[in-house]
Design a protein around this ligand. Structure first.
Ligand SMILES: [Zn+2]
Length: 473
């Protein structure tokens, strides 16, 4: 029998606000354990939360970017469960009236993945399992860091669609400045719901939820593993249980964590400490007016203005960091096509070679434009430009200083080129005579020797011209 895999994603993203959602503590990543805490976010009884209003602005921005309806009246609820990284024993979230509903993300195929809702909530802390002592330690620095949870409908049918959806979502959150979306630091995390059903069936099968998906690559692996597990269970006539499973990326498999709880297990109720959130029409209009150009619009504009193929433009606009680098290089060198070619060529090559993500590029973004300018001015050749850019990429060198320091500039002074070539001719009398005797290959040899003498730092066209002129005289 043929089966269809049905996938939905719940994506948590940490917001780039300076302070936490209900207190003034810092949201900075890292720091000594429990140094970014106060009685409020450490769950002391008697403290009262005060909403950080900029969290609402971020939520509105995300909602607009994801084509959602913004709910002008929304509110916070408590989700109760006990876990040592949650000192209040409840999480403040939005259950009954979330801030955004009914959005979508469009995939390249034109298919729209529906977004059921976006809600604001607080993050939990972190447990550190100390390997030397028989103890677990709680670090509450992450407690109450503002999160948006973006819940899709189960509209995806393959790992490819799930990855594309998540990449598009990530790009929109980055473009709008809502989150830095660093999966490896946990500021973007995805939980995945998977079920399978016979092809043609319209009822959803039993679903399992998979936690801890922390890279695009693990989505593909987790979908493959989990759908195979479901199909096998169905084929063998076994029953699948609705449960939460943990994805173990190192082992390449998932294992059961707990049976899936239903909403009533959490005993959700409206949080009496926080008044409803009211968003005015003007606030929404202002946010709409201040929205940056989003990936799809940018892609269309680049295609029209640069005449780049759709595929290339898609890669370029897929990351706000590549876009920033591109736009900075264009502004400096004035050549959009050349700038795009550098990014699609050398930058992508180096990212792949060093297994670096675009968000982790750590060089001065002016440097790419500077390299291109040196090339335009014929101060260096293309081979040298690539070498210099590799140094920029890996060691953040200043390209102009680097060229000077390593004596990489082209020899453009005609008399200097002429002097070196005369020396080469004097030293290769045999080849000179062969050439004069009508042996054309001798010329190639002499060009090679001249380029070598000039250490490849003279324009080949000029070397050939000077050589011809001297020989034919
Ligand atoms: Zn605090």
């Amino acid at each position: 029998m043929k089966y269809e895999t049905v996938i939905g994603l719940e994506v948590h993203c940490e917001l780039s606000t300076k302070s936490k959602i209900f207190c003034g503590c810092s949201t900075k990543f890292g720091g000594p354990p429990n140094s970014h805490t106060c009685p409020g976010c450490a769950g002391f009884p008697g403290t009262l939360p005060v909403l950080n209003r900029s969290v609402v602005d971020y939520a509105v921005r995300a909602g607009l970017g994801l084509n959602c309806e913004i709910n002008r009246i929304n509110s916070f609820d408590r989700k109760h469960y006990f876990y040592p990284d949650l000192p209040g024993a409840y999480q403040v979230t939005q259950f009954f009236h979330p801030v955004c509903t009914n959005g979508w993300v469009e995939l390249a195929s034109g298919k729209r993945v529906a977004i059921k809702q976006i809600h604001m909530e607080e993050d939990a802390g972190k447990l550190v399992h100390d390997p030397w002592e028989d103890a677990s330690l709680a670090d509450y620095n992450r407690c109450s860091i503002p999160l948006l949870e973006i819940v899709s409908q189960p509209d995806m049918r393959s790992a490819g669609e799930a990855i594309e959806y998540l990449e598009k979502l990530k790009a929109i959150l980055e473009y709008t400045g809502v989150s830095d979306c660093k999966m490896q630091e946990g500021s973007l995390r995805a939980d995945m719901n998977i079920s399978v059903r016979p092809m043609g069936e319209t009822k959803l099968g039993t679903r399992t939820e998979m936690k801890n998906i922390n890279s695009m690559r693990s989505i593909a692996r987790a979908v493959a593993f989990e759908s195979a597990r479901h199909i096998e269970a169905l084929e063998e006539g076994g029953r699948l249980v609705q449960e939460t499973r943990r994805w173990d990326d190192a082992a390449g498999e998932s294992y059961a964590m707990r049976s899936k709880e239903n909403a009533q297990d959490y005993n959700y109720f409206p949080n009496p400490d926080l008044p409803p959130v009211i968003i005015s029409g003007e606030e929404i209009e202002l946010a709409r007016k201040n929205m940056p150009e989003l990936p799809e619009a940018k892609k269309r504009r680049y295609m029209e203005q640069l005449g780049l193929p759709e595929y290339d433009t898609g890669i370029l606009t897929g990351s706000v960091h590549l876009v920033r680098l591109f736009e900075r290089a264009c502004a400096l060198c004035g050549d959009a096509k050349e700038s795009a070619n550098w990014i699609l060529g050398e930058v992508l090559r180096l990212l792949q070679q060093t297994q670096t993500l675009p968000e982790d590029m750590a060089f001065d973004f002016d440097s790419l434009g500077k390299v291109i300018i040196m090339l335009q001015k014929n101060l260096i050749n293309r081979g040298t430009a690539k070498k210099v850019f590799t140094e920029v990429f890996t060691n953040n060198v200043d390209p102009e200083a680097y060229v000077k320091e390593h004596n990489l500039a082209l020899v453009t002074d005609n008399s200097a080129i002429r002097a070196r070539i005369e020396q080469v001719l004097a030293a290769n009398e045999k080849s000179v005579n062969e050439y004069k005797g009508g042996k054309a290959q001798a010329m190639q040899y002499l060009i090679g020797q001249s380029m070598k003498a000039l250490r490849g730092q003279a324009p080949a066209r000029e070397v050939t011209a000077v050589l011809k002129e001297l020989l034919d005289h």
